[in-house]
Ligand binder design. Structure first.
Ligand SMILES: Nc1ccn([C@@H]2O[C@H](COP(=O)(O)O)[C@@H](O)[C@H]2O)c(=O)n1
Length: 611
């Protein structure tokens, strides 16, 4: 009774208390259809939303409210909604990485969304405890919704190899009885821990169960969800396999992994949507003109597909749901926002360790440059901090893959949350002693020509979708330099900051908020928010820093230090460089029990004092 009263008296909660207000901006509306979808992918723990970026400042509770309203709205018209998530829900934010064990709070928050279908990403499988948490927690939390067409796991107690979740599912939609056969794939990933088995997609689709499923005559739509780029050999293979047998059944793909907004047009009746990363984007799709038992498509015409990339903020949510600040709130959504706020407090995610004097970017500025996060690591953090007490007399050349850094650092407070947002992984350092300096440089050159060089070898260095660089680097082959005032382009509004009024003041003439300006197979009208463009620069696979007492002298030999995650790549590059080393026997731990994350955090604490 008292609890109920307290609940009634508490302030209405939308987004997180410290989240910045969204900025009003011109919007393109959603075009609803017979069957509608909301899609998330690569959330990587960002369920609190972006607390330093107004464009993406809604949280998972707001998304729960949004999906509830959209479901009610379409169902009132006799239409259907399916909510989809295509994996990589873990690793990349304090809300996941800061707890012990990791994910303690996240899985409880996640389960409150009514997700109709979900699947695993590669990040759910890098480590044994993460995939086992999927098996014991997320799969049961979403029983009957989680699909794993090509993933098996060694059962933690019986030790049998079993499917992580059901391979596929046939169901009918609530309102119209649309008959759907759905699959849930992961790309041809090879970096998983050995307690799981990822079967290549191309082999999986030859299996009897898949062949039977696609021969089902009572189907109106094939729905393929997966942690797979929508433009990929894997999805091409699935498309061809289904289309080879079923020339007229529509196929809807949902994908992810590359952290980009993307849309693929396979043919007139088959399309795919990818919905970005880090809870920046909620993907929307609708299909009209599906043939069903009750709605025969007598003309036999192709269905009409519409797509929209929604910026995850309350301004967009209010607009698309047709509601305002008051009417938008749902009890469930507010409870989830509250749960996130409590979890963040329990994890001390707002604890400040230092203050960044200026913003450091991963891909918005050229590398190397003063504003590049990689230049900062190479010239300051690593040279100041990398020292092993047993090797202090020997110069070291440290190699770090750029993909180990996941996000930008904004000017201002660097918190417990920022720590994991920037560097969530648990990798430490290893080294090979006494490597000739020129060989080490050759190894660097080879690593930076990967995938071309390493993949051209006979060695299995993984799928074409994995890279030592951040994943979006694979999607864009060249720099995109925003054609506008660079100073404005770099302005990201901060919490309580003064850059929040682009509809007035000193903004460039078009007065738009900088953000995604997506170009995909359907054109340039996919983003809901009309943005001014932002720049994207390519970065190398790896960066290096020479750590030496006498930095002006080039040493003859060095300790070749590298981040643990890239050992197999470094070993292969060493072979190409004709360095005769057996990494399994000769490599050792450098700076025992220090992770790359610790190194960065310790540097921040020491060097970035808050005024
Ligand atoms: N321990 C790890 C794990 C991953 N990476 C980097 O992330 C890339 C994969 O990220 P996605 O979000 O695209 O799945 C991977 O290719 C590495 O670059 C890492 O550095 N350390």
């Amino acid at each position: 009774m008292l609890l109920a009263l307290l609940w009634l008296l508490r302030p209405a909660l939308a987004a997180q208390p410290s989240a910045p207000e969204p900025i009003p901006a011109p919007l393109r509306s959603l075009e609803f259809g017979q069957l509608n979808f909301l899609h998330t992918t690569d959330a990587h723990g960002w369920l609190a939303g972006h607390l330093q970026e107004p464009s993406y400042s809604a949280d998972w509770g707001d998304y729960v409210s949004f999906a509830t309203h959209i479901r009610a709205k379409v169902e009132a018209q006799g239409q259907d909604l399916l909510v989809i998530d295509t994996g990589d829900r873990v690793e990349g934010n304090g809300l996941y990485d800061s707890s012990e064990p990791k994910g303690l709070y996240l899985s409880e928050i996640l389960r409150h969304q009514h997700i109709d279908l979900l699947t695993s990403g590669n990040h759910e499988l890098y480590k044994q405890n993460t995939s086992e948490a999927e098996f014991f927690t997320t799969v049961p939390n979403f029983r009957g919704k989680y699909l794993a067409s090509n993933i098996d796991i060694i059962h933690p107690t019986t030790k049998d190899l079993v499917p992580l979740a059901p391979r596929y599912k046939k169901f009918t939609t609530k309102q119209q009885g649309i008959r759907i056969v759905a699959f849930g794939f992961l790309f041809d990933f090879t970096g998983n821990y050995n307690n799981t088995v990822v079967q290549p997609v191309e082999d999986t689709i030859k299996e009897d169960w898949f062949q039977e499923a696609i021969r089902d005559k009572e189907v109106d739509l094939f729905l393929v969800i997966g942690h797979v780029p929508v433009h990929s050999p894997e999805y091409q293979a699935i498309f061809k396999e289904i289309r080879g047998l079923r020339w007229d059944i529509p196929i809807q793909f949902f994908g992810g992994h590359q952290h980009i907004r993307d849309y693929a047009q396979f043919d007139a009746k088959a399309v795919g949507l990818a919905s970005g990363r880090f809870m920046e984007t909620i993907g929307f799709m609708s299909i009209d003109g599906l043939t069903t038992d009750t709605q025969p498509n007598a003309m036999g015409s192709s269905p009409v597909f519409k797509r929209r990339y929604i910026d995850n903020n309350l301004f967009s949510y209010h607009h698309h749901s047709g509601l305002d600040g008051e009417s938008f709130l749902t009890e469930k959504g507010q409870n989830v926002s509250q749960l996130i706020a409590e979890s963040r407090t329990a994890l001390h995610l707002d604890q400040v360790y230092g203050c960044a004097p200026h913003t450091l970017w991963t891909s918005r500025v050229k590398y190397p440059s003063n504003d590049s996060i990689y230049t900062w690591l190479e010239t300051q953090v690593i040279p100041d901090s990398l020292k092993d007490e047993w090797r202090s007399e020997t110069p070291a050349l440290a190699i770090v893959n750029t993909g180990a850094i996941r996000f930008d650092i904004f000017q201002g407070p660097f918190t417990q949350d920022s720590t994991f947002i920037v560097s969530p992984f648990t990798s430490g350092f290893r080294y090979i002693k006494n490597v000739p300096y020129n060989k080490a440089q050759l190894i660097m050159d080879i690593l930076n020509k990967q995938p071309q060089v390493l993949r051209a070898s006979q060695h299995d260095m993984g799928s074409p979708h994995t890279t030592l660089a951040p994943p979006e680097q694979l999607a864009y082959v060249e720099d995109t330099v925003a054609d506008r005032d660079a100073a404005w382009d770099r302005r990201i509004p901060f919490r309580g900051g003064d850059f929040q009024a682009p509809l007035s003041g000193d903004a460039p003439s078009d007065k738009l908020v900088p953000g995604y300006t997506t170009k995909d197979d359907a054109g340039t009208d996919g983003d809901d928010t009309i943005h001014s463009p932002i720049s994207f620069y390519r970065v190398p696979n790896c960066i290096q820093a020479l750590v030496s007492a006498n930095a002006s002298v080039v040493p003859e030999t060095i300790d070749l230090v590298y981040i643990e995650f890239i050992e197999r790549y470094v070993a292969l590059a060493a072979k190409f460089a004709q360095l005769d080393v057996d990494f399994s026997k000769e490599s050792d731990v450098y700076m025992p029990s220090i992770t790359f994350t610790d190194l960065i955090l310790d540097w921040v604490k020491e060097h970035w004092k808050c005024e």
